[in-house]
Every structure is written in C-alpha cells, then in structure tokens.
Ligand binder design. Structure first.
Ligand code: ATP
Length: 217
C-alpha cells in the first residue's frame, strides 16, 4: 500500500503541497483530481523521489520512500508515466521501454517485454522506430508501456489522456481498465475524471496543494 501522510513540498519558495494525505490500497485504482497547478505532478514526483518533502511521510508497504534514492523506485515495482512522457528521443521505442528495466536487475528483459507487448500489441510494429518519429499520442502509449515494464506493484499515471486524440484516448482507457483486478495498484492524476470515473475505486481531490474531500466512489 502507498501511504502519503501530510506532506509539504516546495519548489524553491513556492509551497506546492501543504499537508496532503492520500492512500492507495493494494490492487485498487485511485483518482487524484485537481485543476492545473493544484499540485498533482508535484505529488507524483515526490513519490518518485524527484522532490523531497520538508514535512510528512511517504511509505510503500511500510518502507520509508523519502529515505530511498530515486532509482530505487523501479526496483520496488513502481512505474511512472510522466505528463510530458519523458521519452529519450534518440532511443527506439523498445529501448525507451527498457530503460527503467535496466536499473532493476531483478527484472527479466524478455519477460517484461512479453508482458508489455501482450498488453499493447500495437507497439510491436513500431519497436525499432526512434521515439522522436512518433506522434504525441503514440508517445503516450510508449510512456505507459515503460511504466508497465517496471510497475509490477504500483503505476503512477500523470494525465494519461491529456492531449490525446479521442480514438487513442479510448484505447488508453481500455488498457488502463484492463489492469483492474490485477495485482497492480494505480494512481491516476487528472484535471477531471471524464475518462476514468468508471475506473476508479476511490477519488482524492486536491486544491492548492491540500486535500478537499476524501471519498470512496
Ligand atoms: P498541471 O497539470 O498543470 O501540471 P498540477 O496539478 O500537476 O498541474 P503542479 O505541476 O504540481 O500542479 O504544480 C503545483 C504548483 O507548483 C503550481 O503553483 C506550480 O506553479 C508550482 N510549480 C510546479 N513546478 C514548479 C517549479 N519547477 N518551480 C516553481 N514552481 C513550480
């Protein structure tokens, strides 16, 4: 289980999270909903270790994440799909998918690729293509695939549907829906729940870096 307890996180002098708390129970899908600038990306980046809370705690299965170096997240089975996709343009689709796998010696490349291509078979035909040649929507699929490759326990998805054409958005929604009931927990950050209302088991609303409500769907 991911447990975030009253964290404060600042970007320089700007306090972006003010005492935010959230939990993602094992095997559940949780929505994190808030307007642009509310602090969703800051929260996900804090879980990934890119930003350090000045107060509060983040634990995963009881282990203190704040104390761990950033690269240890992949080894714990946490996969991250950033809002800006964050692909390496010169690398191929398959190399991009494998980058976090290479940081985790416990994972077998062939097994992880087999899983990713089973879930997203459309990526097979573009596996040798460089990321820079893909459309924005295709890059979103690759970013999801890369998160899936290491996210054996928890997936953090930042605005997965943003900037994606309707057909691909439906495809992304179906892929994410297909994860329901599996061992993987999912935290989806979105400015609205239009695409995922039916998917989530619980929803946390964030406004100016703080919790607004805490409701089970
Ligand atoms: P969006 O979907 O627009 O990214 P968000 O909910 O993810 O919105 P954050 O990106 O976490 O929000 O931003 C939270 C607050 O922190 C905002 O006020 C934003 O201006 C500020 N902020 C974010 N990144 C930085 C940064 N690198 N330096 C300074 N302030 C930042």
């Amino acid at each position: 289980m991911l447990k975030i307890e009253a964290i404060h996180v600042a970007h320089g002098s700007v306090l972006a999270l003010r005492g935010l708390s959230l939990t993602v129970a094992d095997g559940t899908m949780v929505g994190l909903v808030g307007r642009n600038g509310a602090g969703k990306t800051t929260l996900l980046r804090s879980v990934m270790g890119h930003l350090k809370p000045s107060q509060g705690g983040i634990t995963f299965d009881g282990q203190d994440l704040v104390a761990l170096p950033s690269h240890a997240r992949a080894a714990m089975g946490i996969g991250y799909m950033p809002e800006d996709r964050g692909l390496v343009p010169e690398l191929t689709v398959e190399e991009n998918i494998l980058v976090p796998v290479w940081t985790n010696p416990a994972l077998k490349e062939s097994e992880r690729l087999a899983l990713v291509y089973r879930v997203l078979p459309e990526l097979l035909e573009m596996r040798e293509r460089r990321a820079l040649l893909l459309s924005g929507g295709q890059q979103k699929l690759v970013a999801l695939a890369r998160a899936l490759a290491v996210g054996t326990r928890l997936l953090l998805l930042d605005e997965p549907f943003e900037g994606v054409a309707p057909a691909l958005s439906k495809r992304l929604g179906d892929v994410i829906a297909g994860l329901k009931g599996s061992a993987v927990s999912v935290l989806i950050a979105q400015s609205d729940l239009n695409h995922s209302r039916k998917l989530v088991d619980a929803e946390f609303v964030i406004e100016r870096g703080a919790n607004v409500t805490l409701a089970a769907a």
